[in-house]
Write a protein that binds this ligand. Structure first.
Ligand SMILES: [Fe+2]
Length: 371
C-alpha cells in the first residue's frame, strides 16, 4: 500500500514536470486589473483583494498554444475580471494529469483537439455536464457532446489535397473513389495510430456501416504510395515531391504552412489544391477542437463563462484564425483563406460518434494492415 502511494506521487511529480508550468496571462502584461474602479475611494482599504476574490479565477489545461489564444484570455480577463491561469501541454498528457490529480486537480477547463479525445475524457469521467443556453445557441448541436460534457470551439475539415500540376480536381469526387485501381500507389495518409484517422474511419462506420468502412480502409491501404509516415504536413510534402498524387489531411495545416515562416512549407502549400470530397453524397468529414468543464472544477461558474466567451462572436473569428480553422459559431465568417477554398457540405453526424466508434475503427485498421 505504502509502495503504491510512493509510486503514485512519483508519477504525479513526473507528470507535473513533463507538462510545464502554470502561467497567468497577467504575467505577460498589465491586464486583468479588476481594481481600477476602487482605487480612488479610500487609501488603505483592501478593495483590490476583495475585487479579485469576487471575480476569482479560472484554471485552464489546454493543448492549444497560439499567441492569438493568449490575447483572447487577456480580453476575457479585461471583460470579466476573472483571472485565467493557463497550463499548456499535449492533449493526452493533460488528460493523464487530470486523471492522476483526481479531486485535487486545479483545472476547471480542459481544451484539446479531436472529438475522439474529448469523448475519451468524458468516458474516463474527467468532465461534467454543463447546462448553458449561450453554448446551446452558439454551437450547433452536432458539434456538442450529447450529454453536454464537451463543446466544439473550432472546426477543421479532413479533405483530399492534390498536386495542382499532375491532378485536376475533375478527377476527384469522394473518399471512396480513392480506393479505385486508378489510384494505386498514388495516395498518402498518416498512420492509423493518429486520432484524426481514427475519427475519419469512425465517421464512416456510422455513415456506411462497419463492412463498407472496412472495405474503404482496405482500399486505401492497398493504394498507398508508401507506408504511412510523418504528420499531415508531411503528406502534402510527399505529394509535391512527387511521391504521391493525393493526400488525405486536415485543411488547417495548409493554412499553417502558408502563414508560417518556413519557406519550403509555404511553397508546398502553394502547389497543392484543396478538394472537399463527398459533396454530392455524405459530405466532407469534419472534426473539432473543443472544451469541457472538468469533473472536479473548483470554479465551475467561471469555467462556463470562459467557454461561453470563447464560443461568442467576438472570440470565434480570432480563436479559429489562430490555427486556420473554421468558427463553430454560424454568425462568424471564416478567414479569407478559408473562404477562398469555398463553402462545402459537411458530414451530418453528431461528433459524439467519432468517440463511440473509435475502438471499432482501431480494430478495422489492424485487420486491414493500415500501419
Ligand atoms: Fe493537428
Amino acid at each position: 500500500m505504502k509502495k503504491f502511494t510512493v509510486i503514485l506521487s512519483m508519477m504525479l511529480a513526473l507528470m507535473l514536470a513533463l507538462t510545464g508550468c502554470v502561467s497567468s496571462t497577467n504575467n505577460n502584461g498589465n491586464t486583468g486589473n479588476t481594481s481600477s474602479q476602487g482605487n480612488n475611494t479610500e487609501e488603505g482599504t483592501n478593495e483590490e483583494a476583495t475585487n479579485e476574490q469576487e471575480s476569482g479565477e479560472v484554471n485552464l489545461y489546454t493543448s492549444r498554444h497560439y499567441e492569438a489564444d493568449q490575447a483572447l484570455y487577456k480580453k476575457f480577463e479585461e471583460e470579466t475580471g476573472i483571472k485565467v491561469n493557463v497550463v499548456e501541454g499535449k492533449g493526452e498528457e493533460l488528460m493523464e494529469r487530470l486523471n492522476i490529480e483526481g479531486e485535487a486537480t486545479e483545472a476547471d477547463v480542459y481544451i484539446t483537439a479531436d472529438a475522439g479525445n474529448l469523448h475519451q475524457a468524458k468516458e474516463r469521467e474527467l468532465l461534467q455536464a454543463v447546462e448553458s443556453d449561450v453554448l446551446a445557441e452558439n454551437i450547433p448541436e452536432k458539434l456538442r457532446d450529447v450529454d453536454n460534457h464537451w463543446f466544439g470551439l473550432t472546426k477543421r475539415a479532413r479533405v483530399i489535397v492534390y498536386d495542382k500540376e499532375r491532378v485536376s480536381p475533375e478527377e476527384l469526387s469522394t473518399y471512396e473513389a480513392l480506393t479505385e485501381p486508378e489510384w494505386k500507389d498514388r495516395v498518402v495518409v498518416r498512420s492509423s495510430e493518429n486520432m484524426y484517422n481514427m475519427s475519419l474511419l469512425a465517421s464512416f462506420i456510422d455513415i456506411m456501416g462497419r463492412d463498407q468502412a472496412k472495405e474503404w480502409a482496405q482500399g486505401i491501404a492497398d493504394n498507398m504510395a508508401r507506408d504511412p509516415e510523418g504528420g499531415d504536413r508531411d503528406q502534402a510534402k510527399a505529394v509535391v515531391a512527387g511521391e504521391a498524387d493525393v493526400a488525405i489531411m486536415n485543411t488547417y495545416y495548409i493554412g499553417v504552412m502558408l502563414n508560417g515562416i518556413d519557406e519550403e512549407e509555404k511553397k508546398v502549400a502553394e502547389n497543392v489544391g484543396v478538394f472537399f470530397p463527398n459533396q454530392e453524397t455524405t459530405g466532407t468529414h469534419i472534426n473539432i477542437s473543443g472544451a469541457g468543464v472538468t469533473k472536479h472544477a473548483k470554479n465551475k461558474e467561471n469555467a462556463i463563462k470562459f467557454i461561453e466567451f470563447l464560443s461568442g462572436e467576438e472570440a470565434q473569428g480570432q480563436f479559429a484564425e489562430a490555427n486556420s480553422e473554421y468558427p463553430v459559431n454560424a454568425n462568424v465568417e471564416p478567414s479569407e483563406l478559408l473562404k477562398s477554398w469555398g463553402e462545402f457540405k459537411e458530414q451530418d453526424i453528431n461528433l459524439s460518434k467519432l468517440g463511440e466508434n473509435q475502438q471499432e475503427a482501431i480494430r478495422i485498421f489492424n485487420e486491414v494492415g493500415w500501419k
